[in-house]
Structure formats: structure tokens, C-alpha cells
Design a binder for this molecule. Structure first.
Ligand code: 1YM
Length: 690
């Protein structure tokens, strides 16, 4: 049963910041977490699963931000276990006055327990952070905490959030720190397998946010049984497994440099400021920025080290201050004519890479996801700290300043020219024409909520899709692949292309200043391209188009990628479709290898007869690999890719689209070396796939 105790407002002890078990407040059992996991971690999908790591990691990171730790290791272990280690003070193990149990146990087994929220604490908190360990514990089949503190090693184990026994002293140590191991509960998470790349990307970002903190990520899942034994850091076991270590002296400045590594900076010095605001060392503003030769902008905002995908008050403060400061500087130094218009917010953003990180004691987010910062004081803090430092930067670095102003002036001119051009296009009615493109096989429903638009590569797949669709709610727009060759045309020029125009008209939202999300004609835009290099190019182009010109459609979650099967497998009388190689192997039986016998155009790749494989009963298996959507007949396409009952759709996130935008730049861009490596490494991948 959930046991609730009276909330005893945490009284800080006289020293003002030393916390012990007594400062923990508000206790509640963990049942609610297992009943409604979504309330605590957002979702039980991949994001929620990875959130478990972030929660434990955050406690280590907070310890580092307090100046008590500088070395964190996160290891992915066999059986989807995670092990997080830090060299901080170690979670307190002394006994709690109210509960008569150790602080460690309280933190691990009760909700809302945490000693970090009273006054005088060193840390800033993102709301739930620091209380997350119990949530992770509740959602794990197994968890174990080992604390090295004051010469002793203390240990406690748990199952589904319940302790197995009291905290035990299991040895002595010269080390100091905390080791948390946990195994997510498969009855809560449909898929408990972690994505190493996702973990690496998140932790790299965190390393930028905490200067001087070393973060190591290790993928030891393939290492056989990992017995850490007395080992504190797994990396000391000398396993031959993938691992990465991040350590950035430069903090956000390093992050801007990283973000710009494939870009061409237009000025040399990266602007950087880190300063306490309000004369309060717990409330800080940190900003780094650099302009590159590009039209899109990349702003990465963080509040208390939490990434805010939807921005918020800190971003507002930043943008208005950036615009004001650049206008003031340009006028003061006669870099623009007096008669010229002021730069707008849009002009000063072109080509900008900026990272904004604020730390606040009390933090408010809008919505549950922490995607948007709501704290009003962040706006004034950023305006004050950034405004002063950026003016000084411009004064002290006149070469950088001139390059930036020139770029912004160019953006202003381009904006005016584009507007004039668009106005004339609109006058000609090119986009407004009521007539939908002939290429579009529209659906009957007029309700956007239930309507879907399949953008299909190639006329032959388009034909199959038209025959296989449910014409009540599914519309088909077939693209002729070659014209969309992205190596040929720049995106801006492509807006003049017939094909792109068809997409724009089909979407119904118009483009640019007249864009109106409420006019979107389909709430599912489904990209169906082939699983080959050309298909990937076309998908990149479409995502880039959507990212640059229809971002709200992506942000609204209206864009999907169809996942056609890779193989059709006949096994006796049954037919299976496999969407991945792993699935194919599972269906076929792992002992049958077909890889070696693939022929370029062979439909049936292999047949395994009983004689060849006597151990297998009735192993007559035929495998057909689909090279493109056009190879499927209408029924197959309907059954596997279009019918909501069976199909798999991948929802495109803004991160996916941003990634595509980057890839597009590499494919199109002026940076020949990275284009070369990109194409080479992907060519390799492409041949591996076949
Ligand atoms: C691998 C996970 O949880 N490290 C960690 C957690 C704590 C401390 C140190 C800590 C904090 C404080 C004092 C304090 C936590 N302590 C608490 C509580 N690593 C990991 N390292 N002493 C140690 O906040 O003042 C919650 S988390 F509540 F006990 F203070």
C-alpha cells in the first residue's frame, strides 16, 4: 500500500548546505509508478526507456555540478542492464529519523524522496530530477545500488522497486562514489533494448553542458557475462567493446564548434559568456554562438541541463536581445544606411548556431514534457547577461562583427527579394490555384483528421498504391524519382519545380508568410520511398523541404515514413513478411544463412530442402527480397504498407528532420571532403544492406 506521511517541510541544518538523511521529505510508495508509468516518464516507448538512464545519470551529474564528482561512466550490459557509476560522495546510508530506514533505501523505494529541494542546497533542479531513482527502481525487475563512502562499501538490491533486504555493509574501500545497476521491466516496456547511439548522443550533449566532467559510455552488451566484481569503473576491465569518452573544457563553446563542424563559419571567434545573474551563484546564464554560411539556424536551449525542444522564455530573451544588439551596433558604426530598415528577428537568425543554457533555482516548464521553459525571470536574465557581453564582443572583435553584420544585411536583402518574388508568384496564382495537381489521386473524405497522403516514389509504385489504397481516406501522390535528383537542384530553386509545387498544393497549407497549418489537408503525410540509396536521397530531400518550409507540419507530428517489408517469406503454406533482417532470420530459423546466395535480380533467393538441412522439419523456405515498392503488387502493398491494421509507420520527429537537413547540406554543400566521406560511408552501408 502506498503509505503517505505528513509533509515535513525540509528544515535546513545550521550549516546551511550539508544534507543528511533528515532532510528527506514526503514519502509515498511506488505502486502509482507501476500503475501509470506514463505519468512519471512520459511514455513506455523508447524515449521513456532511455529516460531511465537519464534519471540515474542526472543524480551523478548533479553531484558533479555541485563540485563533488568529475567522472561518470554509463555502461550498457548484457540482458539490457544499465550500470551508472560516479565518483561523488555516495548516496547517504545513514538512518532516516522518520522511517527508521537508511536514506539510501528511502531514496530508492519511496516517491518524491529527495534531500535536495530545501533551501541552501547547491543544486538546481529540473523539477522531478534527483527524485528519479525510485521511479527507475519501480520500473525495473532488478536494481542494485552500491555506495562507497567513509571507507565502507554498502549495498542494497531490489526487485520491482521492493527491497530484497536491508542495506548491508559488504566490504571496505578507499574509493568514494555510487554505482547503480538496473534492468528495465519488460512487463512495463514493450521493448527493453537500448540504443547505444541515442545514449551516446545524449551523454555527449550533457558533457558539453558540464565543463570538466568526464563521461564514458560503454557498450558491453556483447561482452558475454560481465562480472564487475570489485571493479568500480567497467572500463578498467579492459573489455574489447565499443566505448566513448567525453570531456570538454570549453563547455558550450565546444558544443557550438561541434555543431558547426560540417559548416563554414563566417567569422573566427566563437562568442561565449557564462555569468551569474542577480548576483546569485545558483542562477546562471551561459551562451555561445557563431554564424555559418547557411540560411537555417540552429538554436539549442537548455534549462537546468534539460533540452527544451520548444524553446521558451530564455530563447525569447535571447532573440530580442540579439536583434536589438546587432541593430544598435550596425547603426552606431555606420554599417547600414540610415534609410535602411532595421534587421528583423528573422534576419539575424540566418546561419546562426547558438546554445543557450540557463540554471534556475525554481523552474517552470510549460506542458508536461519540459519542452518549453516558462520561467519569466529567464527572459530578463538572458537579456541582461547576453546583451552586455555580446555588445562587448562586437566592440572587441571588429572583424567578426563586420562579417556578422554583412551576413545579416544579406539576409535582409534576400528576405525582401524573396517576398517580392513570392508576391508575384502568388499574384499569378501558381500556388493558390484551386485545382489540385492531376498527379494527385485524392481521397473522398474532406476531413483532414482522417485523411492520409502517401507520397510515393515512382510511377509504378504509384500505380500499385492507387489500386491498393482505401480511396475513402487515402490519397496518393506519385513522384517521378529522377526529377527529384537532389544533386541537380538547390532546394530554393526547386520550389519552382512542378513536382514540388504539386506537393505544396496537395498539402494545402501554402508556404512562407501565408503558411497556415489549419489548412493542412491530411493529418498523416506518409513518405513511401524505396529501401535503396535513391529512395534515401528522395526521403532526405522531402524531409529537408518539410523541415525548412513546413516545420510546423513536422513539429505537429503529421509526417510519417512508411516501413515496407524487406522480405516476403514462404514457409510451407504460410506467408510471412519481414521488416528487418533480424525478423527474417527469426522466421527462417537462425541456422539457415541466405546471405551468401543472394543474386542481383533473383526473386527467390534460396530454397532450403530437407536433405540439405535434415535437422529442420519441413524447411521448404523461399525468400523474396523487395528492392523497391514497385515490385509489390497492389494487394501486397496494401496488406504490408498501407492498411492501418498491419502496416508499420515511423513518426518523423523534428530531430529526424533536422538530421535530414544536415545530410542534405552535406550532399548539396560546398564542403567537398565531408560530402565524400559521407557518400563513401553510406555507399558501404548500402552494399552491406543488399
Ligand atoms: C549512479 C547514481 O545517485 N549519485 C549521488 C546521489 C546523491 C549524492 C551523491 C549525495 C547528495 C547529497 C549529499 C545532497 C544523492 N543524495 C540524495 C539525498 N549516482 C548517484 N551522489 N550526499 C550525497 O544532495 O546533499 C539524493 S541523490 F537525498 F540523500 F541527499
Amino acid at each position: 500500500m502506498a503509505q503517505k506521511e505528513a509533509k515535513t517541510k525540509g528544515k535546513t541544518d545550521s550549516s546551511g548546505h550539508k544534507y543528511d538523511a533528515q532532510s528527506i521529505t514526503v514519502l509515498e510508495g511506488l505502486e502509482p509508478v507501476r500503475k501509470r508509468p506514463g505519468m512519471y516518464i512520459g511514455t513506455t516507448g523508447p524515449d521513456g526507456l532511455h529516460h531511465l538512464i537519464w534519471e540515474i545519470f542526472d543524480n551523478s551529474r548533479d553531484e558533479a555540478m555541485g563540485g563533488f564528482a568529475n567522472d561518470i561512466e554509463v555502461a550498457l550490459l548484457p540482458e539490457n542492464r544499465i550500470r551508472v557509476v560516479d565518483n561523488g560522495r555516495g548516496i547517504p546510508v545513514d538512518t532516516h529519523r522518520q522511517t527508521k530506514v537508511s536514506a539510501l533505501e528511502t531514496i530508492m523505494t519511496t516517491l518524491h524522496a529527495g534531500g535536495k529541494f530545501g533551501e541552501g542546497g547547491y543544486k538546481v533542479s529540473g523539477g522531478l530530477h534527483g527524485v528519479g531513482a525510485s521511479v527507475v527502481n519501480a520500473l525495473s525487475t532488478y536494481a542494485r545500488v552500491e555506495v562507497h563512502k567513509d571507507g565502507g562499501v554498502y549495498m542494497q538490491e531490489y526487485a520491482q522497486g521492493k527491497r530484497k533486504a536491508a542495506v548491508k555493509k559488504i566490504g571496505s574501500t578507499k574509493k568514494q562514489g555510487t554505482i547503480v545497476t538496473f534492468q528495465p521491466d519488460p512487463s512495463i516496456f514493450p521493448d527493453t533494448s537500448f540504443d547505444f547511439k541515442k545514449v551516446v548522443n545524449h551523454l555527449r550533449q550533457q558533457a558539453y553542458l558540464v565543463k570538466g566532467l568526464r563521461i564514458t559510455v560503454i557498450d558491453a552488451r556483447e561482452a558475454g557475462k560481465v562480472d564487475a566484481g570489485d571493479t568500480f569503473y567497467i572500463r578498467n576491465l579492459g573489455l574489447e567493446v565499443p566505448s566513448m569518452s567525453f570531456y570538454f573544457e570549453g563547455g558550450l563553446m565546444s558544443l557550438v564548434r561541434f555543431e558547426n563542424q560540417l559548416q563554414k563559419p563566417i567569422h573566427k571567434n566563437i562568442f561565449y559568456v557564462e555569468k551569474a545573474a542577480n548576483g546569485n551563484e545558483y542562477e546562471t546564464v551561459e551562451v555561445a554562438l557563431q554564424y555559418v554560411d547557411d540560411i537555417s539556424s540552429r538554436i539549442l536551449p537548455f534549462a537546468n541541463n534539460i533540452y527544451n525542444a520548444e524553446g521558451g522564455t530564455h530563447v525569447t530573451g535571447f532573440k530580442t536581445t540579439l536583434t536589438r544588439t546587432l541593430n544598435t551596433y550596425a547603426r552606431k558604426n555606420n554599417l547600414v544606411k540610415e534609410s535602411e530598415d532595421n534587421f528583423t528577428g528573422e534576419d539575424v537568425l540566418e546561419g546562426l548556431t547558438a546554445v543557450i543554457s540557463v540554471k534556475l533555482r525554481e523552474i517552470q516548464f510549460e506542458g508536461q514534457t519540459k519542452g518549453k521553459l516558462g520561467s519569466m525571470e529567464a527572459q530578463t536574465m538572458v537579456a541582461a547577461v547576453f546583451g552586455e557581453a555580446f555588445s562587448a564582443f562586437l566592440e572587441e572583435n571588429p572583424d567578426d562583427a563586420r562579417a556578422i553584420i554583412n551576413k545579416v544585411v544579406l539576409a535582409l536583402k534576400a528576405r525582401k527579394a524573396a517576398k517580392a518574388a513570392k508576391d508575384s508568384v502568388l499574384r499569378k496564382g501558381a500556388l493558390e490555384g484551386m485545382t489540385l495537381p492531376g498527379k494527385l489521386a485524392d481521397c473522398q473524405s474532406k476531413s483532414a483528421e482522417e485523411s492520409e497522403l502517401f507520397i510515393v516514389e515512382g510511377d509504378s509504385a504509384g500505380g500499385s498504391a492507387k489500386m491498393g489504397r482505401d480511396r475513402y481516406f487515402q490519397a496518393i501522390l506519385a513522384l517521378r524519382g529522377k526529377i527529384l535528383n537532389i544533386e541537380r537542384a538547390r532546394l530554393d530553386r526547386m520550389l519552382g519545380s512542378e513536382q514540388i509545387k504539386n506537393i505544396v498544393i496537395a498539402l494545402g497549407t501554402a508556404i512562407g508568410d501565408t503558411f497556415d497549418l489549419s489548412k493542412l489537408r491530411y493529418h498523416k503525410i506518409i513518405l513511401a520511398t524505396d529501401a535503396d540509396v535513391d529512395g534515401a536521397h528522395i526521403r532526405t530531400l522531402l524531409l529537408t523541404l518539410l523541415y525548412r518550409h513546413f516545420r510546423p507540419i513536422v513539429e505537429g507530428g503529421f509526417v510519417y515514413i512508411a516501413q515496407p517489408p524487406l522480405y516476403k517469406i514462404r514457409k510451407g503454406k504460410e506467408t510471412f513478411y519481414a521488416y528487418t533482417d533480424a525478423e527474417k532470420n527469426k522466421i527462417v530459423g537462425a541456422d539457415i544463412s541466405v546471405e551468401d546466395t543472394i543474386e542481383e535480380n533473383a526473386e527467390i533467393i534460396t530454397e532450403t530442402e530437407e536433405e540439405e538441412n535434415p535437422k529442420k522439419k519441413s524447411a521448404k523456405v523461399s525468400i523474396q527480397r523487395y528492392k523497391g515498392l514497385g515490385e509489390m503488387n497492389p494487394d501486397e502493398l496494401k496488406e504490408t504498407t498501407m492498411d492501418p491494421k498491419n502496416r508499420i509507420l515511423k513518426q518523423v520527429t523534428i530531430d529526424d528532420a533536422r538530421e535530414a537537413d544536415k545530410v542534405f547540406d552535406i550532399l548539396m554543400g560546398t564542403d567537398v571532403p565531408s560530402r565524400k566521406t559521407f557518400i563513401q560511408s553510406n555507399a558501404k552501408k548500402a552494399t552491406l544492406d543488399v
